[in-house]
Design a protein around this ligand. Structure first.
Ligand SMILES: Cc1cc2nc3c(=O)[nH]c(=O)nc-3n(C[C@H](O)[C@H](O)[C@H](O)COP(=O)(O)OP(=O)(O)OC[C@H]3O[C@@H](n4cnc5c(N)ncnc54)[C@H](O)[C@@H]3O)c2cc1C
Length: 271
């Protein structure tokens, strides 16, 4: 490590002003990625702006239209993975997302890591990007709203501007959904993870871990819209081109995992 300043603003507008005032400053949420990156000297921020306890980034709320059933859930960016996994209300309305959060890393990582930090970091093997893309979420920032389809633009990169702060994520509540992950044994990161969501015939299949960034498997979405059962994917294979190949798994292995994890998620939903 090397010398840097640390500040803990009391309100979102203070954090925003601090970030705008110093182009070399960085937001600190759970620190699960940023601090190791600094220790390895891959990042050297002048100041850490600690947003982990900002009230405006905490909590969750249900949204509905004209007093009807809940249609969306808004979760604050500073909500830690363990809080999403353990919330009875989130588990009732979005069990797939609670399961996803409960499967991230290990208890220590879940006790510190946050939704906003994970989404901003956009690690190609992280779980939340599949949650956002599969659940047709919108990323809310201190400046605007961005749909998940436009937010994740590539490996470790997003549509966020350097001075933009994620305040919350707004998830659409599906009729039914499930997440299936084949985890890398040491870290828990997804070798391949698939979130399947059914919004009443409109199907979304979001894949993480297999490629350079999260993506939708549209051929599977069409097949499942016609027949929502694992057998609908029997003759469908995801091409291995453009998938990741590394010491953990070849591209061909990951292509097979995409199919198997998608079928597993569908089976979990229909069982
Ligand atoms: C051992 C280990 C195992 C892990 N396993 C998994 C796993 O299985 N699955 C998985 O998905 N993840 C895994 N992670 C990652 C972890 O889940 C964290 O979510 C992730 O590292 C970042 O979240 P954070 O809150 O710690 O962010 P930080 O490390 O504090 O920040 C990360 C980046 O996001 C920026 N940032 C933070 N908050 C915001 C915000 N609100 N708006 C804009 N930018 C922001 C920061 O400036 C920084 O650039 C693992 C991490 C470790 C160390």
């Amino acid at each position: 490590m090397y010398a840097f300043d640390y500040t803990r603003p009391k309100a979102l507008n203070e954090a925003s002003a601090a970030l705008q005032a110093d182009g070399d400053a960085k937001l600190l949420a759970g620190g699960m990625t940023l601090l190791p990156t600094m220790k390895q000297r891959l990042a050297a921020p002048s100041t850490l702006i600690d947003i982990a306890q900002l009230a405006e980034l905490r909590g969750h709320s249900l949204e509905s239209e004209a007093g009807g059933p809940a249609t969306h859930i808004r979760i604050g960016a500073a909500m830690r993975h363990c809080e999403v996994a353990d919330s009875a209300e989130l588990r009732q309305h979005l069990p797939a997302l609670a399961d996803l959060a409960g499967g991230i890393g290990d208890p220590q990582v879940r006790a510190r890591g946050t939704l906003g930090g994970s989404v901003a970091n956009n690690d190609p093997a992280a779980d939340y990007p599949a949650g956002l893309l599969g659940l047709d979420a919108r990323v809310l920032t201190n400046q605007r709203e961005i749909g998940a389809d436009d937010f994740f633009v590539g490996m470790f990169s997003t549509a966020l501007a350097p001075d933009e702060i994620i305040t919350a994520v707004r998830f659409r509540i599906p009729r039914r959904a499930a997440y299936a992950k084949f985890a890398q044994a040491a870290s828990g990161y997804a070798l391949t993870g698939v979130l399947v969501a059914d919004f009443g015939g409109d199907i979304r299949v979001a894949v993480t871990g297999a490629g350079p960034g999260v993506f939708r498997w549209k051929a599977a979405e069409q097949a499942l819209a016609a027949r929502f059962e694992p057998a609908a994917l029997a003759s469908l294979n995801h091409p291995a081109d453009d998938l990741n190949s590394d010491l953990h798994a070849s591209a061909a292995y990951r292509a097979q995992l995409i199919k198997v994890m998608t079928q597993r998620a569908v089976r979990r939903i229909t069982a």
